[in-house]
Design a protein around this ligand. Structure first.
Ligand code: MCA
Ligand code: AMP
Length: 512
């Protein structure tokens, strides 16, 4: 046991004494990893990190494909008292540079194909070691070192308040903010969710989410670990594959796009899903229509929950009891949620719309290196201002009705218009731009750019230049699916761009 290491101890408890139980069936390769293998290899990777000089509080940045070795690297970082910093594999070197310079990790682990590009970026951030890990998690310098390392790792004692991870979340004003998550925040959320969603060692979760975000990494994997359950581990979401795994699984966690795409397969029915006990949706709003369609086809009511990078999970529809479509359910045990007036901060009664505020052991410890942003969003009383607008009904069910932050959620990924507008506006020949989200049948919302070109600029050529610039600087999911040129952006009398008007104008763009 890892008695002194707060989070590792919680994550080890469920499988302790059951080391031969399977942790992950890797669907693509057919390889199984049991709990003994999971933790033995994690300890050896921990020894590698210590050999590379990682000590308590050092950040370990990771931009690698999804594999069981990546999960072991996460555990290894925790064991040595490090701070795990996962990065979206879609990020360009340009985007990675910002994260490395901000978080100044001791070690970066990346894909071997990106070694050259990222080494020069890592040098700027004074990263001590750049190691590699292949797509299948089976080779690369990290694995080579693991095979040669001698001696065990020294498990570093950590307490609830010590940092376990930093996850970056885009900022409305441009710069991404590193949310600092403590051992206590991650452990408390994992055990609370395992309890309210009634997880046990008998569960088998279909894991098709990426593991660089809270949803796929902490919600899905931490819960599985802390009860000693198993995973059907897919490297990416594929609706047909996911559907065929259902007869041998019990739980699926996904973003709404998963459910929309699964409903489009013609193999989904009540019999196929009869072994499944729980379908969870989150990260973006699940349409009421999708909820009802799912129930009609499978007989299961999807359980929708609400979380954020800064807070882990806050609310959930009940496991037993009514799962209300269009709501994100009730505050989780131990988590306080209130709806407040966005300006006065005064708590509002049931039925009134206001900003959702959250307090509890799940909440982050602040933004890395950003005390002012932390002070603006996380009150000294412990209440965190989410920027989500919501309403609570008489029974305590919360519905998210909008956002006070200018944010697009596309297929469960967050896109901040300000960042995209900055990239477009920098292109020669662009006067200004406005980036909005338009309803999309597959992604929920899709990114759309509305651009004003300088007089006389040829639009097709300008569009090519913008696309070229975006290709070099922005992850694919952030790049607008459509771009329009107009003569001028609509503004109100104060000169503020009227995004609501643009949203109304492009409302039907992807829907017909
Ligand atoms: C891929 N593309 C996207 C997205 N994903 N574009 C916009 N939004 C996206 N989410 C691009 C691809 O690069 C490709 O571009 C084109 O769109 C079509 O890709 P496709 O093959 O259809 O996509 P996919 O690879 O099947 O991925 C779709 C996906 C994936 C399965 C929905 O985006 C996904 O796994 N999303 C989950 C994100 C997630 O885990 N979010 C949790 C974070 P081209 O055609 O040009 O090549 S939020 C969180 O953690 C909070 C705390 C919470 O509450 O959970
Ligand atoms: P992230 O910054 O990736 O952590 O995204 C968090 C945001 O996702 C929240 O602030 C919400 O706006 C949104 N979100 C998460 N879960 C849900 C949900 N079930 N319904 C609507 N929005 C959600």
């Amino acid at each position: 046991m890892y008695d002194d290491n707060y989070l590792a101890n919680v994550l080890r408890q469920g499988s302790y004494g059951h080391d031969s139980d399977v942790f992950a069936y890797q669907v693509d390769s057919g390889v199984n990893t049991n709990y003994a293998q999971l933790f033995n290899q994690a300890e050896r990777l921990a020894a590698v990190l210590q050999q590379q000089g990682v000590v308590s509080g050092d950040r370990v940045a990771v931009q690698v494909a999804k594999s069981v070795t990546t999960v072991q690297l996460y555990l290894a970082t925790i064991l040595v008292g490090g701070v795990f910093l996962p990065l979206n594999t879609d990020y360009t070197a340009n985007e990675v540079e910002y994260f490395l310079c901000d978080a100044t990790p001791k070690v970066l682990v990346c894909d071997p194909n990106l070694f050259d590009d990222l080494t020069s970026v890592a040098n700027k951030a004074k990263v001590t070691a750049v190691l590699t890990l292949s797509e299948d998690g089976g080779s690369g310098s990290l694995v080579d070192l693991m095979h040669t390392v001698t001696g065990n790792c020294d498990v570093v004692p950590r307490q609830a308040s010590d940092l376990a991870a930093i996850l970056y979340t885009s900022g409305t004003t441009g710069r991404s903010k590193g949310a600092m998550l403590s051992h206590g925040a991650l452990a408390s959320n994992a055990t609370t969710l395992a309890d309210v969603w009634q997880f046990s060692r008998q569960d088998c979760l279909i894991h098709a989410l990426p593991i660089f975000h809270i949803h796929g990494l902490f919600v899905a994997i931490n819960i599985t670990l802390c009860v000693g359950a198993s995973l059907q581990f897919l490297t990416k979401f594929d609706p047909e594959k996911v559907a065929t795994l259902m007869p041998n699984s019990t739980v699926l966690m996904g973003v709404p796009t998963f459910y929309v795409r699964l409903l489009k397969t013609d193999i989904l029915n009540k019999q196929l899903t009869s072994n499944m006990r729980l379908f969870v949706s989150g990260s973006a709003p699940l349409l009421t229509e999708t909820h009802h369609q799912w129930q009609a086809v499978t007989g299961h009511a999807i359980l929708e929950r609400y979380g954020m990078t800064e807070t882990n999970m806050n609310t959930s529809n009940p496991y037993h009891g009514e799962r209300k479509a269009g709501t994100v359910g009730l505050a989780l045990p131990g988590v306080d949620v209130k709806i407040c007036h966005p300006i006065s901060g005064e708590e509002l009664p049931a039925g009134d719309i206001g900003q959702i505020e959250v307090k509890g052991p799940n909440v982050f410890s602040g933004y890395w290196n950003m005390p002012q942003k932390t002070a603006a969003e996380l009150r000294t009383t412990g209440w965190f201002l989410t920027g989500d607008m919501g309403v609570c009904d008489e029974q305590g069910y919360i519905s998210i009705v909008g956002r006070s932050k200018d944010l697009i959620i596309s297929g469960g990924y967050n896109v901040y218009p300000k960042e995209i507008e900055g990239v477009i506006d920098d292109v020669q020949g662009v006067v200004e731009s406005a980036v909005i989200g338009a309803p999309h049948p597959d992604f929920g919302e899709a990114v759309v750019a509305v651009v004003v070109a300088s007089k006389g600029r040829e639009q097709q050529q300008l569009q090519r230049s913008i696309r070229e610039k975006m290709g070099l600087t922005l992850a694919k999911f952030k790049q607008p699916k459509q771009m329009f040129f107009i003569d001028e952006l609509p503004r109100n009398t104060m000169g503020k761009v009227q995004k609501a008007q643009l949203r109304a104008q492009y409302q039907q763009l992807f829907m017909s």
